[in-house]
Design a protein around this ligand. Structure first.
Ligand SMILES: Cc1cc2nc3c(=O)[nH]c(=O)nc-3n(C[C@H](O)[C@H](O)[C@H](O)COP(=O)(O)OP(=O)(O)OC[C@H]3O[C@@H](n4cnc5c(N)ncnc54)[C@H](O)[C@@H]3O)c2cc1C
Length: 382
């Protein structure tokens, strides 16, 4: 049966790849494969009218290039360039990154999530080699892009090793009294909480995307607070840098975790191949804004190995899929360890840790080679 949310007519030949999950990673992968003339079934449960995602993602240069090539990059009103990034410690430590030093237009772009999802949905709709379904179909390769709570991954017997952070991330949209100047700002406090105010609405704008990783016990109170109380707490946590803050959206919260699947590829009981991509394969703490960047890089790597295959190899060829897994696992692991290390650095408050970490930040801010290397990794430039 074809999905109720599908506009694409059924294909004459059966699909070669079935993608389960039509999030950003699943849709991007479907478009990448269809561009290489691979027939794709994209499994999207019948659309439910849900609330709009209040998040905005920091996407790097590699993700932008990929999405632009798929004609799925949102317009300038929904993707704001980050010219500078300021990271503040709890005792005066500070690290700054700036795009000019990297000889780049931007360190990242802050992208409105609903706008990006709409762009991808439109691109899928106009791709005749993608058929949207509401149930899985047999195919030589099934790619599981169902996100961190994937049920298919569970039925495949994959172990997804989860480390939970005792934190929830609160996201919302804000309007500041003062212009943000294209600067992404982040504050770490002594309780390990991390506040990020990300610039939106153009470089001269005053709109902000909030990501506030707070103690899980404190999150419910912050969600319930009235808007004035909530924004006063934010103003305090951001040291009044942008003046009065006004809440312009609902607040939503996500529990935070780090996770990695023990196997990324394998065979189903009927012998057909499967692979994992995106959050179904890994999740990282959002403090470095890298989860989706990693997922899109998975999609690009998988589409790349399938595109470069010998003409006689099937899309479910085990050697190809192992190549994909090897290529991605190492990068994901190093990003996961780096973000976890940063989170841990601020998660403890016993002396002399606060002084040491702030001293470390100040020192790091002056190590140009290491700083440039890290900035380029985060930008997806290798
Ligand atoms: C607060 C917060 C802020 C973040 N900020 C950033 C950021 O700035 N930059 C960044 O790069 N990343 C960020 N991330 C990470 C980012 O949200 C994820 O990495 C990204 O959404 C993963 O995309 P995905 O397509 O793999 O999974 P998902 O977005 O979870 O999509 C999975 C899709 O599969 C569907 N699905 C589930 N089960 C089934 C099934 N059985 N059958 C069919 N479909 C199914 C779901 O409905 C959904 O549509 C952030 C995360 C959080 C929590």
């Amino acid at each position: 049966m074809q999905g109720a949310n599908s506009y694409n007519p059924p294909m004459a030949l059966p699909p070669e790849v079935c993608i389960r999950g039509a999030g950003i990673v699943g849709r991007a992968l479907a478009l990448l494969l269809a561009r290489e003339r691979v027939r794709v079934a994209l499994v999207a449960p019948t659309a439910e009218a849900g609330r709009e995602d209040v998040r905005a993602y920091a996407l790097n240069t590699a993700s932008r290039t990929l999405l632009e090539s798929l004609r799925a990059w949102p317009d300038a009103a929904h993707a704001t360039a980050v010219r500078e990034m300021q990271v503040h410690g709890d005792e005066g430590g500070e690290v700054q990154f700036d795009a000019q030093r990297q000889q780049a237009d931007a360190l990242a772009w802050i992208v409105d999530v609903p706008a990006l999802e709409r762009q991808l949905a439109d691109a899928v709709r106009f791709q005749p080699l993608i058929e949207v379904r509401d149930a899985p179909v047999p195919a030589a390769l099934t790619v599981v892009c169902e996100g961190k709570a994937s049920l298919t991954r569970e039925t495949l017997g994959v172990r997804y090793e989860v480390t939970r952070y005792p934190q929830h991330a609160i996201a919302a949209r804000l309007e500041a009294e003062l212009p943000h100047g294209g600067i992404a700002r982040q504050w770490f406090n002594a309780r390990g909480e991390i506040l990020a105010l990300l610039p939106m609405g153009g470089v001269d704008g005053r709109a902000l995307a909030l990501v506030w990783s707070v103690d899980q016990l404190r999150a419910p109170d912050l969600l319930k607070q009235d808007a004035t109380e909530f924004t006063a707490a934010l103003r305090d946590a951001s040291h009044d840098t942008l003046g009065t803050l006004t809440l312009t959206s609902e607040r939503a919260a996500w529990p935070l975790q780090r996770a990695m699947a023990d196997r990324w590829t394998g065979r189903m009981p009927d012998g057909r191949a499967w692979a994992l991509a995106g959050d179904a394969a890994h999740t990282v703490h959002p403090l470095a804004g890298q989860g989706l960047n990693l997922g899109l890089a998975d999609a690009a790597a998988l589409a790349g190995v399938l595109k470069d295959r010998d003409y006689w190899r099937s899309v479910g060829d085990a050697r190809l899929l192992r190549r994909y897994e090897r290529a991605r696992r190492a990068e994901v692991l190093s990003m996961s360890l780096a973000t976890d290390g940063l989170q841990q650095l601020f998660a403890h408050d016993a002396d002399p840790l606060p002084a040491l970490r702030n001293w470390g930040m100040r020192g790091f801010n002056h190590t140009h080679i290491l700083k440039n290397w890290i900035a380029r990794q985060a930008m997806g430039l290798r």
